[in-house]
Structure formats: C-alpha cells, structure tokens
Design a protein around this ligand. Structure first.
Ligand code: DC
Length: 232
C-alpha cells in the first residue's frame, strides 16, 4: 500500500529541477506544477502593462492592486505536449521563457504581496496531495510539511551553459556571458530577498546533479519516493 504525498523540489535557476520534477511526476502519476512559471506569468503581465520601468524598477503598488485580475492556470501534459502555462486563458509558455521575462522575474518575485498571492494558489493546487512542485521556497514556505523534499545544488557555470543551450535551441539570439550574468544575478536576488529567500529546508535531501547521470538521478528519486510513500 502506498500513500499520496507532496514532493517539493527546490534549487537554483537552471539546475535541471523542472525536468527532474516533470519526469518524476510522470513516472509516479502525480501532477506537476512549475511554480517559477507562475512568477514568470505575473512578470509578463507586468511588462505588458508597463509596470516595469527601463531601469528594472517594478511598480509594486499597481501590480499588487492588479493581482486579482491575473489568472494563472496550466494545461494537462499529454504524451505529445508538455504542460503549458496559461495567463488569463492565453498560452504564454514560450513567451515566459524569454530573456525579457527572465531579466525581471526576480524583482517581481521579491514583492511580498506577489509571493503571498502565488503561495496561496500553490497551496490550493496541492490540497489533494499527489503533486510534484518545483521552485525556490516549496519545501520551506509553500509546503513545510511535504513528505519528500529535494534541494538541487550546482555551480553557476554548468547552469548557465544549460540555459544558453536551451535558449539557442529555441532560436533565441543570446550570448553565453549574458545568460551567465542573468543566472548569477538571479541567484543573488533569490538568496538575499527578505521574503522567503532560496534556502535548503532542514529536512530536505541535497542532490548535486552535476555528479549524476540523468538515469542515475531518476532511479535515485524513484527509490526515495518508494521509501516515503510506504505505509507503516
Ligand atoms: O525556476 P525559474 O527560473 O523558472 O523561476 C523564475 C523566477 O521565479 C526565479 O528567478 C525565482 C522566482 N521563483 C521564486 O521566487 N519562488 C518560486 N517558488 C519559484 C520561482
């Protein structure tokens, strides 16, 4: 007999945690939620409504007032199509991954009202358990009682390399130095913000995925999942 649990996967940007979370969710038949996509969708909305100035300053008062008008949903993944992010019903999956959004998302994610709003939505999504959620504060703030918590660790360079290849594959004109600078800047903002900064939960298991193949990593996660879902 096994029980339904919550799996929280936290870590730095571009650490491969979303691929890991998506693969694990599929393998165990759980729902996957990309919490970063929610912060990205709010950032896209703010950009479209001219709430982010050229110097990166976010008009947090206007954005906070607008939060009830920002509706974020996800499509269900199929074998042919991964989950897509919907912003007020529009598929923004591709647009939220662009550098214009990446460059401002950490500033938006540092606004306490934005975090409170999205954390509540995330907690609602996990209400029935049977969920894998990845982000920065899932094991610490969103689901402090999650039965399985992973913290993915890796230095900035391999993560920037991964992001650079992803963006280049999508045909976006980016250079490696620019991507590395963005990764380093986001790490800094994510770790130093006052409201739920990125940190490892005391009961999270660390995983440095630069030392494991994808297959080893997937096997390791499944083994941990089995241990955590066994009923006494
Ligand atoms: O995982 P990602 O790179 O798509 O996340 C985008 C940004 O959102 C990242 O810079 C930090 C922020 N974020 C956050 O503050 N808390 C989360 N739970 C998820 C993401």
């Amino acid at each position: 007999m096994s029980k339904n649990i919550i799996i929280a996967i936290d870590g730095y940007s571009s650490s491969g945690k979303s691929t890991m979370a998506r693969t694990l969710a599929k393998a165990v038949g759980y729902r996957y939620i990309d919490s970063g996509a929610m912060y990205r969708a709010v950032t896209l909305w703010a950009l479209r409504h001219n709430m982010i100035e050229a110097d990166g300053t976010v008009n947090s008062t206007r954005l906070t007032e607008a939060l009830p008008d920002i509706n974020i949903n996800f499509t269900t993944a199929t074998d042919d199509r991964p989950q897509q992010t919907l912003l007020n019903g529009e598929n923004v999956e591709e647009e939220i991954r662009r550098l214009a959004v990446s460059n401002h998302v950490s500033q938006v994610a540092a606004i306490p009202e934005v975090r409170h709003h999205l954390v509540r939505l995330q907690q609602d999504l996990g209400h029935e358990k049977g969920i894998v959620m990845d982000g920065r504060d899932i094991g610490t703030t969103v689901f402090p009682d999650a039965e399985m918590k992973i913290f993915v660790d890796a230095s900035a360079e391999p993560r920037a390399q991964r992001r650079f290849l992803e963006l280049s594959d999508k045909g976006q004109a980016v250079n490696y130095e620019e991507v590395l600078a963005n990764v380093v800047q986001r790490d800094h903002i994510d770790m130093t913000r006052a409201e739920s900064p990125l940190r490892k939960a005391a009961d999270a298991v660390s995983l440095d995925n630069s030392t494991m193949t994808t297959e080893e990593q997937d096997r390791w996660l499944l083994e941990l999942f089995k241990q955590r879902t066994q009923c006494e």
